[in-house]
Design a protein around this ligand. Structure first.
Ligand code: FAD
Length: 474
């Protein structure tokens, strides 16, 4: 039997159930399709930084599986065509959960089945299917804590090893990876990223073992410190499926040995992995999450419109150092620390009162880990409009957040070098620094570093005033 294995967000050989099953049954035709977003109805396509990652991830997969066939276009047309051309009997894939992907897959499944082809899909991207986990009343979870309480009690099967042999069919033409044009050219804004990141299965596995060895101790507390290396940075690897959550789960448990359940750094790390599961759970049950406020009362919020303020935020030129550091880290590395993501998101939504859609879109373009479920759920969480969201009136004070989570100012100094010489006491609020301290550090506000684009106290009050409209709509 020859099976087409359609790789999507599972760019790995180990713990890949579709591949394992196909390889055990006979020959395999491994395929990846660069999709035409419009044709498949993908309203939130990945672009920029994610495309850089995808290029390198595909290159790594092709190296590990030289027979990988690359195609570009609409899978609804490509798959039936290939099945016929190559005389295939079965098509397997691992499930995706984006609304357009679910619709696409069910169309393809129905079409191929009607032609007598065996079609099977497998769980590989999540620990628990969003339709498996249900509340006591049988509905979906809307609050994270009971979700985690339920999820952590469910036995997670061991990860599957890489198939011992994969017999790949030959004779099927492939596009050239370069023809996908995924890499930036002029300008090459990703210069140097290959030193920061190692896309692909091997890189993912190294990242996990390195983190378990050197970063996990203290994770519970230090994961909030953007100046310290105590988070895993596994998010892009998880998004592209270069490592499975099941592999992460079991490797972590093995590392913990006998640590009591839900205690200590290791379990804190697993509980963060469960936030990813929760985001997917929400997206599956509320497919409008990327577009619509989960709480419709937020439709009444009086958003501002300012291309100038949006640009200042995107470029890291707001005059608030912790915000600017985060936005520049994002632009220069394709990634931003979670604590800082929360701070910059709160700033966009509350200080600038610009719609969270603008933030979601910018993150989607610039993050290497851009992920529809995590990105939409997280933006709505910060906005207060989401399921189990932070209350709207919790408005992060960028100066307090900076002082608490970047106490020595190392993070700000790294990403906002024009403030590097400023005394730590003023680093998170240069606008409050005495003229002499600024002069000594070579800082001239409005010249070498921007003056704040909004006044914190006034902006905070305006945000709270805007929230009145939401309360009235409730
Ligand atoms: P670690 O702390 O090492 O956690 C391990 C894994 O758990 C992560 O790789 C991730 O898969 C998952 N995880 C951790 N925290 C969260 C969380 N709060 N929500 C969901 N999953 C989590 N994450 C994305 O993967 N893609 C996105 O597009 C994305 N957009 C975000 C937008 C905003 C506004 C905010 C506040 C958060 C967003 N996150 C997103 C969640 C989180 O910031 C990242 O998953 C995390 O920073 C990745 O770093 P890490 O791998 O070192 O995390």
């Amino acid at each position: 039997m020859t099976t087409l294995v359609w790789f999507r967000q599972d760019l790995r050989l180990a713990d890949n159930p579709a591949l394992c099953e196909a390889a055990a049954k006979g020959k395999v035709l491994p395929l990846f399709i660069l999709e035409d977003a419009k044709a498949v109805g993908d309203t939130h396509p990945l672009t920029g930084a994610s495309h850089w990652w995808l290029h390198h991830s595909l290159a790594a997969l092709k190296k590990a599986l030289p027979g990988l066939v690359l195609r570009k276009g609409d899978p609804r047309l490509i798959l039936p065509h290939l099945v016929e051309e190559m005389g295939l009997e079965a098509v397997y894939w691992n499930r995706c959960y984006e609304p357009h992907a679910i619709a696409r897959d069910s169309d393809i499944k129905a079409d191929l089945k009607a032609k007598g082809i065996e079609v099977r899909s497998f769980k590989a991207a999540l620990l628990h299917e969003p339709f498996e986990l249900k509340t006591k009343t049988g509905g979906p979870y809307k609050v994270y804590s009971p979700f985690w309480r339920a999820a952590k009690e469910i036995e997670v099967p061991e990860a599957l090893p890489k198939p011992e042999t994969i017999e790949v069919v030959s004779g099927c033409g492939s596009d050239d990876l370069e023809s996908f044009s995924l890499l930036p050219k002029r300008p090459d804004w990703a210069k140097g990223w290959d030193v920061l990141w190692s896309p692909g299965e091997e890189g993912a596995s190294r990242r996990l073992s390195g983190f378990l060895k050197d970063g996990l101790t203290g994770y519970g507390e230090l994961r909030n410190r953007p100046d310290l290396p105590n988070v895993s940075r596994l998010s892009p690897h998880l998004h592209f499926g270069e490592i499975s959550p099941r592999q992460v789960w079991h490797e972590t448990l093995r590392h913990l040995e006998q640590a009591p359940k839900d205690e200590g750094d290791g379990w804190k790390f697993l509980s963060e992995l469960a936030w990813r599961e929760f985001s997917y759970h929400l997206l599956y049950h509320f497919p409008k999450l990327p577009e619509e406020n989960w709480k419709p009362t937020f439709d009444a919020y009086p958003w501002r419109d300012s291309a100038e303020d949006l640009k200042a935020w995107q470029l890291g030129q707001t005059g608030y150092p912790i915000v600017d550091a985060g936005m520049r880290e994002l632009w220069q590395t394709g990634w931003m620390h979670n604590r800082v993501r929360m701070i910059v998101a709160s700033f966009l939504i509350k200080h600038l009162r610009l719609h969270w859609h603008h933030g979601e879109e910018w993150f989607r373009d610039t993050l290497v880990d851009a992920d529809l479920a995590n990105n939409s759920a997280s933006w709505q969480w910060v906005a207060g409009s989401g399921a189990d969201a932070a209350p709207y009136f919790r408005i992060f004070n960028p100066m307090t957040q900076g002082g608490k989570f970047d106490p020595e100012g190392d993070y700000v100094r790294k990403w906002v070098p024009e403030l590097a010489k400023l005394d730590t006491a003023y680093l998170h609020a240069p606008f409050d620094a005495p003229e002499a301290a600024l002069r000594k550090a070579g800082v001239e506000l409005g010249k070498t570093y921007p003056k704040p684009i909004v006044d914190h106290t006034k902006a905070r009050q305006a945000a709270l005033d805007g929230y009145e409209a939401v309360k009235e709509a409730g």
